[in-house]
Design a protein around this ligand. Structure first.
Ligand SMILES: *Cc1c(COP(=O)(O)O)cnc(C)c1O
Length: 462
């Protein structure tokens, strides 16, 4: 499979180059040149497969040319061996609700599904190229730990994650700093998340430094993350339909960077019988406003009890825009130019109707989120985390929807306790975090300090 940029400025590259490139060199996002099509007989067959077997089938055509069947089998086996549930992403009933639990990975949030795979994939590609990689990222809490768990112990990778000192939740801090592998470097900066992001951006823009230290990113624009997430849409459909291709599914997806829901859109384009995709946001509602009005325009970011969705400009949105404008890179360039200059994108009425044909959207308030946690607990005893609750609330008018559960409720214990007066029992990965040994450097929030720390740390690696 070859990959192209949404902005048309990159010669088509193979899967391995697409993964190593991350963001396309022309500023766009990478997409497969064509979308593999799944026929009805294949859908029927897939409905009976285990998660791992299905993952190999779904991913196969996308990695072809760069990863052999045996390598893919090994990657998938190793990546999901770290999950605590034998179905990896089980579909469960909570009263009348269908919940797709995506939080059985090592950090108890759905990002593990993609980052466990990406970490092993990076290591394999680096081995083939005989290269090393230094991953650098800033986190406000969740992505950092999932990325660290994805690459811990990998011999060809070092990872540096900046988090704002004492400004992430104690659980989130411990999830990162209790990982003692030699290749994991936690940095608490004396500043905010925005300071962290600024420093990371500056270091990536320092091209000499970037080249010397082969810096790489793990943010959600990496195609391999989307790819890994396509799998569970097929998996959930298989479980609910039993392979009956006349049964279409509706998915409700708590959304921030448009990564998870874009994977659902890709599944649909491949031929998965999808009725609707429900785009659920918290009060940071740029995406739900877009679905309703056809205008994409950022507003201020508000802190909520579903913090992993506190995002205004969604980094994966451009991928969907590419399909919406008829796969025309020059049109994407124009619209992204509008975003840069005027801070807004407006699509035509015909395009807005096309959006509405597939997506429904709802922005869910803090009160509604807590009310939903309470209501679901009363009705079935099942405890939703606040992100999942946003999706369940948004699916109120779609009683058969499959609601994606993106985090374990014990990870957001304060919000849950607030809503129902008790906490969910923590999975083993979240227990005893407070008693464990930690390692973390506390540093000044400036670029030179961070750069110096990285240089010193990497002195002894070849
Ligand atoms: C990252 C995250 C989301 C949002 O996913 P996107 O792919 O950014 O839309 C939702 N819930 C949780 C718990 C997350 O960590």
């Amino acid at each position: 499979m070859r990959y192209i940029s949404t902005r048309g400025g990159v010669e088509p590259v193979g899967f391995a180059d697409a993964v190593m490139m991350g963001l396309a060199t022309d500023g766009g996002l990478l997409l497969p040149e064509s979308i593999p099509q799944v026929d009805e007989a294949t859908l029927k067959r897939w409905a009976g497969l285990s998660f791992q077997d299905l993952a190999r089938e779904v991913m196969g055509p996308y990695v072809k040319g760069d990863i052999s069947e045996a390598e893919l089998r090994d990657l998938v086996e190793r990546s999901y061996a770290s999950f605590s549930h034998d179905q990896i992403t089980p579909l469960v009933k909570a009263g009348s609700l269908n919940i797709l639990e995506l939080f059985h990975g090592p950090t108890a949030a759905f990002k593990d599904v993609a980052l466990q795979f990406l970490g092993n994939l990076f290591e394999l590609l680096l081995e083939k190229r005989d290269q090393r990689l230094n991953i650098l990222g800033a986190t406000s809490g969740d992505t950092g730990s999932a990325a660290i768990y994805g690459v811990r112990g990998q011999p060809r990778i070092d990872i540096f994650i900046l988090h704002p000192y004492k400004r992430v939740s104690p659980i989130q801090e411990r999830q990162m700093t209790t990982v003692l592998d030699e290749n994991v470097h936690n940095i608490a900066i004396e500043g905010t998340f925005d300071d962290g992001q600024r420093i990371v951006k500056e270091l990536f823009n320092d091209l000499a430094f970037k080249r010397e230290y082969t810096l790489g990113a793990v943010n959600s624009i990496n195609w391999a993350r989307i790819l890994a997430q396509i799998v569970y849409y097929f998996y959930a459909w298989g479980r609910i339909s039993g392979g009956d291709v006349l049964q279409k599914a509706t998915f409700s997806v708590p959304t921030g960077n448009f990564g998870d829901i874009f994977a659902g859109y890709m599944a649909m384009r491949m031929g998965l019988p999808v009725e609707r995709l429900i785009l659920a946001t918290n009060r940071n509602d740029i995406l739900s406003r877009f679905v309703k009005s056809g205008v994409y325009q950022a507003a201020d970011v508000h802190a909520t009890i579903s913090p992993s969705m506190d995002i205004q400009v969604s980094s994966n949105f451009e991928r969907y825009l590419y399909f919406l404008v008829g796969e025309d890179p020059s049109r994407v360039r124009e619209l992204m130019g509008d975003m840069g200059e005027k801070g807004r994108i407006e699509i035509s009425e015909a395009q807005r109707q096309e959006v509405a044909r597939i997506f429904s959207a709802a922005a869910v308030s803090e009160e509604e989120t807590k009310a939903q946690i309470h209501e679901t607990h009363e009705a079935s005893g099942y405890i939703l985390d606040p992100h999942t609750a946003v999706g369940v609330r948004a699916a109120r008018d779609f009683p058969n929807a499959i609601c994606l559960a993106t985090a374990h409720p014990a990870k957001f214990a304060d919000a849950v306790r607030d809503a129902i007066g008790i906490e969910a029992e923590a999975p083993p990965s979240l227990r005893n975090l407070m008693e464990k040994e930690t390692r973390c450097a506390v540093l000044k929030a400036d670029r030179e300090t961070i750069q110096e720390f990285m240089r010193e740390t990497l002195k002894n690696t070849a």
